[in-house]
Design a protein around this ligand. Structure first.
Ligand code: SF4
Ligand code: SF4
Length: 385
């Protein structure tokens, strides 16, 4: 809860600086709280209106619910002043981090990233295991034009490795000169950013930028929208100059230039989920839809709450690592997808795929969950994975 006895001018100024005075224009209409999907599931959970008010007044806000926010940005999209509420949440987290008041699980994750560069269970020595038999170049040993940044979740999760394999096959088919860093790859720092450990993030980002520069790559492409957000919006402040793209941008460009031509009709209906960091953060709403529309026989049936109104899967902002009980947002989202009657729910984000597949099983829904590139691969190479 807010500690109203502690009004701290220094804190107020610090919050204003950290958020570029984001909270100043708030007039407490409450639209943010009314639109927060996590607050809807549990009113005792995160309350963005109160957080913004606390920042305006310089109140301490170190309630545990601060860590429940998925930083999805739906509140910001609905706010009449477009107040950057996730930035206010992150500023409070940064202040809590400075006092070492963070959930124990985050302490563990930070140590994992610090010691071995991985936010997920697994050794950096195993990062390239998924590439076996795929003939993918090692960008730490030879120059490549395009660096494929794989990310922690995809490197270590068997299901998600299939997405990476599909992307590698599609890039090879299109004749793209690409490679991966393999054992040399390290966490992008999305979780570090969302915990608010900025000093560590600077160190991690600087080391990653050095690795990226050594490859000589002219572009970086990512599988996760979270990594894309880090490289596009956060790393430039630490000196990253190489342009970064989420793979849907890159793939859509290849399709538009005629370098990828899909021929095998898939003959099915799909519905598209807009991941928060791909959509609201990077505004990449059309690319997944354009790619899917170029696959013969594929029809998109839109579900409710799409694009800037999309409901989060519940995993962003570090929530993926926390054991939060109660009804899950992903249950709600897969139900929305199933309502369309589509056979496949397409979600171009590793976290969303994991969450939705769990929810589909839990709710016993007859729905496939796929990344965009898996369907491209299926149409190009005729394989059902
Ligand atoms: S929606 Fe915007 S203006 Fe309204 S309470 Fe929330 S932050 Fe303030
Ligand atoms: S960012 Fe998302 S989860 Fe966090 S307060 Fe806003 S709507 Fe709620």
């Amino acid at each position: 809860m807010i500690n109203t006895k502690i009004v701290d001018i220094e804190l107020m100024e610090k919050l204003a600086e950290l958020t570029s005075r984001a909270a100043d224009y708030c007039y407490q209409c409450g639209t943010c709280t009314g639109s927060c999907p996590l607050n809807l599931l549990n009113p005792e959970s995160i309350n963005p209106r109160r957080i913004v008010r606390s920042a305006q007044l310089g109140l301490v806000y170190d309630d545990g619910n601060l860590w429940h926010c998925s930083t999805c940005g739906l509140c910001e999209a609905k706010c009449p002043w477009s107040i950057k509420i996730p930035d206010v949440v992150r500023a409070y987290r940064q202040i809590s981090s400075e006092k070492r008041k963070i959930p124990q699980k985050f302490e563990e994750i930070l140590w994992m990233v610090y010691e071995d560069g991985t936010a997920f269970p697994g050794s950096s020595m195993e990062r390239a295991a998924w590439t076996e038999g795929l003939n993918i170049r090692d960008a730490s040993k030879q120059k490549v034009q395009v660096l494929l940044y794989v990310g922690c979740a995809v490197s270590f999760d068997k299901r998600l490795q299939k997405v990476a394999a599909s992307l590698a096959k599609v890039l090879s088919t299109a004749g793209v000169d690409f490679g991966v860093l393999g054992r040399q790859e390290r966490c992008c720092g999305d979780v570090v950013y969302n915990i608010g450990e900025d000093a560590f993030l600077e160190e991690l980002a600087s080391q990653n930028i050095e690795r990226f520069n050594k490859t000589g790559a002219e572009a970086i492409i990512t599988i996760s929208p979270h990594s894309a957000h880090m490289f596009k919006k956060v790393y430039p402040r630490y000196g990253l100059k190489i342009p970064a793209y989420h793979y849907v941008e890159f793939l859509n460009d290849l399709i538009e230039k005629g370098k990828i031509r899909m021929s095998k009709p898939l003959d099915h209906e799909v519905t598209v989920h807009d991941p928060c960091y791909l959509g609201r953060y990077l505004k990449l709403y059309e690319e997944p839809r354009k790619i899917l529309s170029s696959i013969p026989g594929t029809k998109i049936i839109e579900m409710n709450d799409i694009k800037e109104n999309a409901i989060c899967c519940g995993s962003g902002g570090g929530r993926h690592f926390l054991d939060i009980h109660g009804e899950r947002l992903s249950h709600y989202r897969v139900a929305q997808a199933a309502q369309t009657g589509a056979k496949t729910l397409v979600a171009p984000c590793p976290f969303c795929i994991q969450n939705f597949e769990d929810s589909v099983k839990t709710k016993k829904l007859g729905l496939y969950v796929r990344d965009v590139v898996e369907l491209v691969d299926q149409s190009l190479n005729g394989e059902v994975r």
